[in-house]
Design a protein around this ligand. Structure first.
Ligand code: PMP
Length: 376
């Protein structure tokens, strides 16, 4: 039987090459082979972020480790921070700021809405913040935030900016050097199409300098970017045993990104986004994100309350295709489709046809009848 087609917001299907390197002999974390692998992985990560000027990090752990390492390394107890909260992962960022006893503020947006540069400008005028946290693509809603404008506001106000691009990098356009953000991070299991288990971060020189000059203790051994910096400079340094097979797979996936070319990969993802939006348009469903703020990596739409589980199950059992439901309170009335990684437009189109027939059978298409009130 063919592999299940994963149209969830990560992990994605893996290429044969990536799977094969994972199935090889155990790679030790010492020795020339690993050092070479690690060095190449860091170089390729620079390519995928377009980070030639800043510092590049790669280490193993899930994407949340990247979020938490950033909060811990960039802020200290009592620092005022601002999170532009556009959904579930914005909330997680806010929570991490709370957990680490910062003084976190947030601008909270309704599900499906994007962060407004004007709101940010007003907040930055009113209060002095150490850093602003924002999400590039909000995985819970499929919204792509206007990060260029948002980072610009931060830079005009002289405030550090952090961009969670876990659901963006390699699928949505992002040029770290030109963006001018202080930290951008992603995870391996999304548009890069490697297995879960690695975080990749790009850090500006000014942020790195700030972290290294801090007099207080960063309260983590592992989630501590200045501690990882010597390892990035020389992979022979030991901080903790890396998940070597994950790094091997990541290197292979990044090689494939480079072979495709970053710009071509962005263009392919644009086609995937358009294919999804056009198929859903024909079904007449209500996509959460507003026109112009719809991500090319993931799309979320409303279905009749109570039908999401049946749609997911039927599509899986009948067609071997897996989509996701909404998170928490949206679990029964939202479907989320991840369309990134190595996916082709043809495969996606075919699967969306199957989704359409499952939804028609379930009588689940909303045909634009969902009211805003239902979004709560
Ligand atoms: N941020 C965003 C935008 C995400 O989509 C995710 C994962 N879905 C995370 C952070 C957390 O990553 P992980 O689940 O790998 O810890």
């Amino acid at each position: 039987m063919e592999d299940k087609l994963l149209l969830i917001p990560g992990p994605t299907n893996l290429s044969r090459r990536v799977r094969e390197v994972m199935a090889g002999p155990q790679l030790p974390h010492v020795g020339a082979e690993f050092y070479g692998t690690f060095k190449e992985t860091i170089q390729l990560s620079r390519y995928v972020f377009k980070n030639e000027k800043g510092i590049q990090f790669v280490f193993t752990g899930s994407g949340t480790i990247g979020m938490e390492a950033t909060v811990l390394s960039l802020t200290a107890h009592g620092d005022r921070t601002l999170t532009l909260n556009t959904g579930y992962f914005g909330k997680r960022m806010l929570l991490l700021n709370q957990v680490h006893r910062n003084k976190p503020d947030s601008v909270d947006y309704e599900d499906g809405r994007h962060a407004e540069p004007d709101d940010l400008r007003k907040r930055l005028r009113k209060s002095a913040y150490k850093a602003v946290f924002m999400t590039h693509v909000e995985t819970s809603t499929g919204v792509v935030n206007p990060i260029r404008e948002l980072v610009n506001e931060c830079n005009k106000a002289g405030v550090m900016s952090v961009v969670d691009s876990v659901c963006g990098i390699a699928g949505e356009e992002l040029d770290f050097d030109r963006l001018g953000a202080d930290v951008v991070f992603t995870a391996s299991q999304k548009a890069i199409a490697a297995p879960p288990g690695a975080v990749l971060l790009a850090v500006s020189n000014r942020a790195m300098e700030y972290m290294e000059k801090r007099k207080d203790t960063i309260e983590s051994y592992y989630m501590n970017l200045p501690r990882w910096k010597p390892v990035m400079d020389d992979p022979k340094m030991y901080l903790a045993t890396p998940a070597t097979q994950v790094l091997l797979a990541l290197r292979e996936a990044l090689r494939e990104v480079k072979e495709e070319g970053l710009e071509s990969r962005w263009a392919r993802h644009r086609r995937l986004g358009e294919t999804t939006r056009s198929a859903l348009g024909e079904l007449g469903v209500d996509i959460l994100a507003d026109d112009g703020f719809r991500a090319d990596t993931i799309t979320a739409f409303w279905v009749e309350d109570g039908k999401a589980g049946a749609i997911q199950k039927e599509l899986d059992e009948k067609y071997n295709v897996m989509v996701s439901r909404g998170l928490y309170e949206a679990r029964d009335k939202m479907i989320r489709i991840g369309h990134f990684g190595i996916l082709t437009a043809d495969k996606l189109k075919h699967a969306l046809g199957q989704l359409g027939s499952v939804m028609d059978q379930a009588g689940a298409t909303q045909r634009k009848t969902v009211q805003l009130a239902k979004r709560k």
